[in-house]
Design a protein around this ligand. Structure first.
Ligand SMILES: [Zn+2]
Length: 508
């Protein structure tokens, strides 16, 4: 079974009866909007199987000598096989692992520490436009929540024109049919389309790792939601920053939480409007999904993210090209092979497909793998449901902090772009340029241009499929920057400028 094609999961649990501490601004629109089937980034069954295999064959109990004094040993009580493992620290207020289970009663939600006010400037992005006034915010101005937007709307027509104006050629690749790799055997083995879902193929335009060892680009997908405030408050307490990939429908439901994420110095990226597997959608539908999510975020924050994460990691060259044409660079999570990805599996607790203890074991496998890489990594976590937030704030994050050897950062920091370069309006176009105009990435000022005789055309870029045991494909160490790129068919042609913007090539 491919989890990526499973039926939509149950909706996020509402706050318990009598709870009045939902976001400082209650979900806009009807409460029922949050009961719509939300999106989810689910792992591949093979990944979970691999982790299980790893556990059964050797377990992941860390030798006690590897832990600092005071390490906390946590007995696993809820998942076979029964194993124990050690964490460097846990949150004293952590929800017991045995209580982080499917269908657990909902706990109280946390209020936002403060409600961002219109006109504010995020402290960490000095050149940002003022936070918009959303007092007149009207969900009726957006497509129905969690449903594919109408592709015939004037907005989508405008975004289609934007794609055409980008100069980026959208490869003529037929959409896949629902059912993932087994349902699409030809596409699954067609290396030319570089379908990440079936084999982990990436292109140089994908961000999938960080250049520096043990730098962790931490990400949370599918929010904002009821328990995001709990995560936000914890992150603030611990002075941690992350990247949130937002579902447009959730932004409409929880605009103040999205604004709080942004104002607190977290990075915001796009995660579609209704969270479909994008390779199953037509070009127009992909444009509508990305366009409406981008629009919702821009309306609420005043800035436009230049990164996106495809739901389920479901991306191929067609979806890549559309994303880039709309100014959004795909951000994946690190994947060493089709069977080993840096996915905590936290989303599957809610459905009962996995256990909290398994997620912690997954986490330890991620760290074990990370220590063997010569570069950093990106992970996959979620903030849609309480259980994944509970396990992050109670276990994974305290452990990561207590280890002392991991640098926890938003993706933008992990790849050395900086927060301001995460948005179209504040990007300096030097270190994280979005594709613009005719598809040429604008590098202004004193930097060479495509017509500069010093520019060197590298030519066709081969797809890189991870899994060769070399530690991922994000380890290009060439110095230089991508000055421009064009996508035509399955060929990506890059013009590389030698000697500038060192370290940038690894991820763009
Ligand atoms: Zn997702």
């Amino acid at each position: 079974m491919n989890h990526a094609r499973q039926a939509p999961p149950p909706p996020p649990p509402p706050p318990p009866a009598g709870t009045t501490t939902t976001p400082s601004s209650p979900p806009t629109g009807s409460a029922a909007t949050s009961q719509q089937p939300p999106g989810v980034c689910t792992p591949f069954s093979s990944q979970s199987a691999a982790f299980n295999l790893s556990l059964q064959s050797g377990g992941t109990s860390l030798p006690s000598g590897s832990l600092p004094s005071g390490g906390t040993t946590i007995p696993v009580v809820s998942a076979p096989p029964t194993v124990s493992f050690s964490l460097h620290a846990t949150n004293p207020t952590a929800v017991p692992l045995a209580s982080i289970i499917a269908n657990a009663p909902s706990g109280p939600t946390s209020p936002l520490a403060s409600t961002p006010t219109a006109g504010s400037i995020p402290p960490s992005i000095s050149n940002a436009p003022p936070l918009p006034d959303i007092s007149g915010f009207n969900p009726a101005n957006y497509p129905p929540l969690d449903k594919m937007p109408d592709v015939n709307s004037p907005q989508v027509q405008q975004w289609k024109q934007e794609v055409m104006n980008s100069g980026i050629t959208i490869p003529n690749i037929a959409p896949t049919v629902p059912g993932g790799c087994p349902a699409n055997p030809e596409a699954a083995t067609d290396a030319s389309r570089c379908w990440w879902t079936c084999g982990g193929c990436t292109r140089e335009s994908d961000i999938e790792s960080c250049p520096d060892k043990l730098h962790w680009g931490m990400t949370y997908d599918d929010g904002p939601a009821f328990y995001t405030t709990q995560l936000l408050n914890y992150l603030d307490e611990q002075s941690l920053k992350t990247t949130f990939f937002l579902v447009g429908s959730r932004v409409i439901s929880f605009p103040d939480i999205a604004r709080s994420e942004y104002m607190s110095g977290h990075q915001i990226g796009v995660h579609t409007w209704s969270h479909p597997p994008l390779t199953t959608k037509t070009n127009d539908e992909v444009i509508a999904e990305l366009g409406w999510a981008r629009q919702a975020i821009r309306d609420v924050l005043g800035v436009t993210p230049n990164t996106m994460r495809p739901p389920y990691g479901d991306i191929d060259d067609r979806v890549r090209a559309i994303s880039l044409a709309l100014g959004m660079i795909p951000v994946m999570w690190t994947r060493l092979s089709p069977a080993v990805a840096f996915d905590t599996g936290d989303f599957d607790i809610q459905s009962g497909l996995t256990s909290a203890s398994q997620v912690i074991l997954n986490w330890q496998n991620i760290l074990n793998n990370a220590t063997m890489l010569d570069h950093g990594f990106l992970s996959l976590q979620h903030d849609l449901f309480q259980d994944s937030v509970d396990i992050a704030t109670g276990y994974l994050l305290p452990d990561a902090k207590a280890r002392g050897d991991i640098t926890i950062e938003p993706v933008a920091m992990c790849i050395k772009r900086g927060l301001s370069n995460s948005y179209i309006e504040t990007n300096d176009n030097k270190t994280f340029p979005p594709p613009q105009g005719d598809g040429t990435v604008t590098i202004p000022g004193d930097l060479p241009t495509a017509t500069n005789p010093s520019a060197t055309t590298i030519g066709a870029l081969n797809a890189s499929t991870t899994g060769d045991g070399s530690g991922g494909s994000g380890d290009n160490q060439g110095s230089g920057a991508i000055e421009s790129f064009h996508m035509s068919g399955t060929i990506v042609t890059l013009t590389i400028l030698a000697g500038i913007l060192a370290n940038m090539l690894t991820v763009l």
